[in-house]
Design a protein around this ligand. Structure first.
Ligand SMILES: [Zn+2]
Ligand SMILES: [Zn+2]
Length: 630
């Protein structure tokens, strides 16, 4: 194995490209091409953020120096920034590609262009340059200064400077950090503050990302934080819209726009991130979300797991028994309830452990409202049943029992009859022992109200975001889209941005279509025998065009459309043409021509005899022509 004569030791936070620049300089090899050949085995360099095949270099370094491919991946690439946001298998795949070679590193993170979104030039911090020169004797390119969204040096808090070296050039040339060049940008104080926070979070992640777990864990943390902050409910439903709005007001539009995280007037990435948890998202978006949720990247990952507040739509347990007969009446004795949900409303059944009395309540109900108000009784319980049975056997009047036990007399009567304690004729009406609560059918919200509401929301969303695409709009206003798509389709079509790729392939062949269609029309008209009708269907058949009713009337093919429109026949036009043709035939054969014969021969069903006048006129004209010897 060939060994490199020497190799520079990477400085802290030095990006691999920078180490190679220093190697190139130190070697004194005249061309970058030669250096690349020596390092990688071919004349090109590698991608800045995610170089692949680092083992090529590591294998040429003396063992024992600790400069393994693994070391370079961890310390000299942006791998730690991605790791917490990649699923385990992707993470392993990426690590392997970077070590052993697979040029699809960007595809592995399923975001090929992710890091070319904002930054185009290598950047540096003047104070870092000064510090590095003093400590190490030379400046170098830091990883941190190249990362998306990092415009301020997290160490020195000053804006970084963009050099004139474009990322797109880096695989062809090795550019060591020059003493000073490029332009200095300054930011408004509030923006600068947010930028520094963002840079600090990124720095924290670069330092700790290698030791964090993969997305399988991060996803759970998201779930926890979203619930903790009230953006995800007990049942796992996330309020995407509220989250997006709150993030926008937290960071401000200006800052989000600077980070390219505010497109089409909203933060569409948030919804995508929350909904499609399996696919990789831009680390910049992750950083924005986790600071918003937890206050900082460090807090997000490291803060000891706080207990989630319980979901208590009925206030904190225990809850009271509501049985008048129970010695625990109105005392808090019910510790456990079973929560259910229907149409977003929580329901629960409360069962007293001392008397078996069970009742339902629904909706969010503060604790203090449990001691009064109507409850829906599910079961009276053994204590109640025993007491009523005893009294009925003793001959007590059901009315008095009902008064004493605070219930409807019909309840007592039904119970008595059910148990054979009272004769069946005591029943009043059809009441049952337990009144079945017939839930009122939920009144359908007037669909006109909905229509107006959703139309307005749809138009508002378009109004606010002029450049929005149909897909983005669908994500942003999914409820409105869903409803309108089902109930108001035509309106939705007319009031949506035109899809970018709407024009189909065949739309480019207007001239070609026109030619075939002209030919087809001619064929139909010239076909022997009784005239065939020129219609869209017959043209389609003759010219072998699929879906003729769509294509031949499409605005994508204006010439064809115009020609077809001018040539198709109405039923009447066709009938007249047939009539004229039949008369000509009869004339040629020297037959006596009558209206009936013509109508019959032309196979025209004309019960109202609308065409008789026309037929007669044609016959007369034909006779005139014969007479004049035409
Ligand atoms: Zn600095
Ligand atoms: Zn009780």
């Amino acid at each position: 194995m060939k060994r490199l004569a020497f190799f520079p030791t990477p400085y802290p936070d030095e990006i691999l490209y920078s180490v190679l620049c220093r190697y190139h300089m130190r070697c004194g090899i005249p061309s970058a091409n030669q250096t690349s050949r020596a390092l990688w085995g071919n004349g090109y360099g590698k991608k800045l953020y995610l170089p692949d095949g680092i083992e090529n270099i590591a294998a040429q370094l003396p063992q024992g120096a600790g400069l393994t491919a693994e070391y370079f991946v961890r310390e000299c690439t942006i791998f730690p920034l991605l790791k917490p946001f990649l699923k385990q298998d992707k993470c392993d795949e990426l690590r392997d590609a970077m070590s052993n070679g697979n040029i699809n590193t960007y595809n592995i993170v399923s975001f090929p262009r992710v890091f070319t979104l904002q930054r185009r030039y290598l950047a540096y911090c003047t104070e870092c340059v000064e510090h590095d020169t003093e400590v190490y004797g030379e400046p170098y390119w830091h990883r941190l200064h190249q990362l998306p969204g990092v415009y301020i040096c997290p160490v020195h808090g000053v804006p970084t400077i963009e050099s004139s070296f474009a990322y797109s050039e880096l695989h062809r040339e090795y550019y060591p950090l020059p003493p000073a060049s490029g332009s200095f940008v300054s930011y408004a104080p509030d923006i600068a503050e947010k930028m520094l926070d963002f840079a600090l979070d990124t720095a924290w992640l670069m330092e700790n990302g290698n030791d964090l777990l993969c997305f399988d864990n991060t996803g759970e943390l998201y779930d926890k934080w979203l619930r903790l902050k009230g953006y995800r409910d007990h049942w796992g439903k996330t309020s995407n819209k509220k989250l997006a709005l709150d993030i926008i007001s937290y960071y401000g539009r200006e800052f989000l726009t600077l980070l390219d995280a505010y497109s089409s007037g909203s933060c569409i990435w948030i919804k995508r991130m929350i909904q499609q948890r399996e696919s990789f998202r831009h680390p910049l978006h992750h950083l924005l979300l986790l600071r918003f949720l937890a206050g900082s990247a460090e807090a997000f990952f490291m803060e000891p797991q706080r207990e989630l507040p319980g979901y208590l739509p009925f206030g904190a347990p225990p809850y009271p028994c509501r049985n008048y007969l129970c010695e625990y009446h109105l005392q808090d004795v019910i510790e456990q309830i079973e929560l259910r949900r229907a149409h977003g409303t929580p329901y629960a059944t409360f069962i007293c452990p001392y008397c078996g009395f069970a009742y339902n309540r629904k909706g969010k109900l503060p604790k203090e409202m449990h001691y009064s108000g109507h409850v829906c009784i599910v079961r009276y319980g053994w204590k109640w049943e025993a007491a009523v049975t005893e009294l009925l056997i003793a001959g007590e009047s059901p009315y008095r029992i009902a008064r004493r036990f605070h219930c409807d007399v019909r309840t007592i009567l039904t119970f008595g009859v059910d148990r054979g304690l009272l004769p069946p004729d005591r029943l009043i009406g059809q009441n049952q022992y337990i009144t079945r609560v017939v839930s009122k059918p939920k009144e359908k919200q007037d669909s006109n109200d909905k229509r107006a509401l959703y139309r307005k929301r749809w138009l508002d969303a378009i109004g606010e975001n002029h450049a929005i695409t149909r897909n983005e709009l669908r994500l942003l206003e999914s409820a409105a889209h869903k409803w309108l798509h089902t109930h108001d389709h035509d309106w939705l079509e007319q009031n949506s941005p035109t899809p970018k790729n709407k024009s189909p392939k065949w739309a480019n062949s207007d001239d070609e279509y026109l030619k075939t269609v002209e030919e087809a029309v001619k064929q139909i008209r010239d076909s022997p025998g009784i005239p065939r009708r020129v219609s869209i269907s017959s043209i389609g058949r003759n010219a072998s065009i699929v879906k003729p009713h769509t294509r031949l009337t499409s605005d994508f093919m204006p010439k064809t459309k115009a020609f077809v429109a001018a040539n198709v026949e109405t039923l009447e036009q066709w009938q007249k043409r047939k009539i004229w043709w039949v008369i000509q035939q009869m004339r040629e054969r020297g037959e006596i021509i009558t209206v009936y014969k013509v109508r019959h021969a032309a196979r025209i069903e004309d019960k109202e005899r609308k065409l008789d006048g026309f037929i007669l006129e044609c016959i007369e004209n034909s006779l005139k022509e014969t007479a004049s010897g035409v």
